[in-house]
Design a protein around this ligand. Sequence first.
Ligand code: F6R
Length: 590
Amino acid sequence: MCGIVGYIGKNNVKDVLINGLKSLEYRGYDSSGIALSDGKNIQIIKSIGRIKNLEDKINNEKLINAYKGIAHTRWATHGGANEINAHPHKVGKITLVHNGIIENMDYLKTKLEKQGYKFKSQTDSEIIAALIDSHLSDNTLKAINEATKEIIGSYALGIISELDKDCLYATRKDSPLLLGKGNEENFFASDITAINKYTNKFILLDEKEIAVLTEKDIKIYNDNLKEITQNIQKISIDKNSNSKLGYDHYMLKEIMEEPIVLEKTLKSYLENIDKLPDLSKYKQIHIVACGSALYAGMIGKFLFEKYANISCTCEVASEYRYKKNIYDQKTLVILISQSGETADTIAAMRQAKKENIDTLAIVNVKTSTIAREADIKLFIEAGPEIAVATTKAYILQVAMISLLAFKLAKPKLKDPKKIIDEFSKTPKIIKNILDKKETYLNIAKQIYQNENLFFIGRGLDYAISLEGSLKLKEISYIHSEAYQAGELKHGTISLVHEGMPIIAIITDDNLKDKTIANLREVEARGAKTFVICKDNLKEKETDITVPNTSDFTISLEIVPVLQLIAYEVAKLRNCDIDKPKNLAKSVTVE
Ligand code: F6R
């Protein structure tokens, strides 16, 4: 949610910032802005809409000869998407960009207004600028430290102070921010992709640390203003992740990468399953996540319970963090998160840790907060995911949780070698599934003009349906719900009307007839039905089939079908597939 980038050095400041913002645009894209500084003057340019609008505006301005600057792309929290609310905000001698949410904003605003500060925007970020300015006498570092101590909430801040000609400041709490160390140039950014073009040396800023960046140097201070030693890490990421490689959209490119990343993620565990943690000492599992990651967790819950015979809950992190959770010392909390920065999932993890409960994270971004703080970490190898709707990372989350369930269930399974064999074959199977683009386009053509749709399934198929439905609604804006097939007739069936598409997922041999019966019920009320099933369960010529494998791998086969149907529908509806409206990829606020 919101992306920030900062640069100091001899390179073209505007270009570095705009390139950075383009890579961070997935974090929010309703407005953006930059502040350039030559040490004397500050030039602020803002625009609503995409970074391209900002770039065009900047190209029409006469720019100062800057050697440092900060920039921001926004996902609105406080106040609408307009130029006044766009960052950077300047109050007194402080100009800043902010990612996060200030919870005691009203209190701070009233206090600052009494001191004479007047605010132009509706944002909490402008209040932080005033707060730091109110503490400023002759030492910016001290003022930032004192001001941030008054803030309740989350923040990643990039700051220019008019007191200091030759430096930038950066600090964070509960929002991501890292530093990049270059040769006679230095950077900060919300994530690596914004600056990996210029450096592969990064410093992960810890909670409440304040960094002072000059062209030649970076110094880091803790919240007692004691300078601390820096841990510079060399991290290389795939440069192709920032390119569509000829595909129309990042989403399509990322779906097409699924066989490759799956093979990469699974390979070493399939060669030696002992590399996975042994969960046999636990008596119950709580899976906690948000959105698609939660739906990956639902698949895990099904497998843990059915095959490993362990009690497992799967809960929305924003609820879990505030409710009473029943733990004992044999509880394991599994967090699933692509970004590793989802605010609610982080809070759920910290809550469990506070109770001395073991935490295991399935996470993609290795430098993220969840990756740093969880007790046990399992990394998926998705690489950067640029499309806002997750695809390749989701499928890897499913693969990893399925593998964990498999390992725990292994002693109870009749033929574990067969399952390992199925896991190994999945990347190739998915590749074949992805090749049938025409089939998915054909379905898409039959549903894209509808405004309402249901996915139905039972058990594991319901868990898979949830993701199919989310993917479709978030990128195509068709209202879609996933329902347990047997539950539909308890009220919701009243919504079924002539021509309404209903997609059934059927992979359970034992429950096939039940779901088919539910399909007949909706067909009798005019619904147009579609079936996605295992090839041994095919009934009609039009059914979409995938190879018949076990519960451990079948979701991995169905999901790409659902992703491609959603993609084709959104394309037919001319939607902005990679950046759906109102969304942002990394949800770093509550
Ligand atoms: C949907 C989507 C979101 C995320 C959710 C959790 O396509 O991407 O629902 O899955 O916001 O994000 P992470 O996995 O980063 O915690």
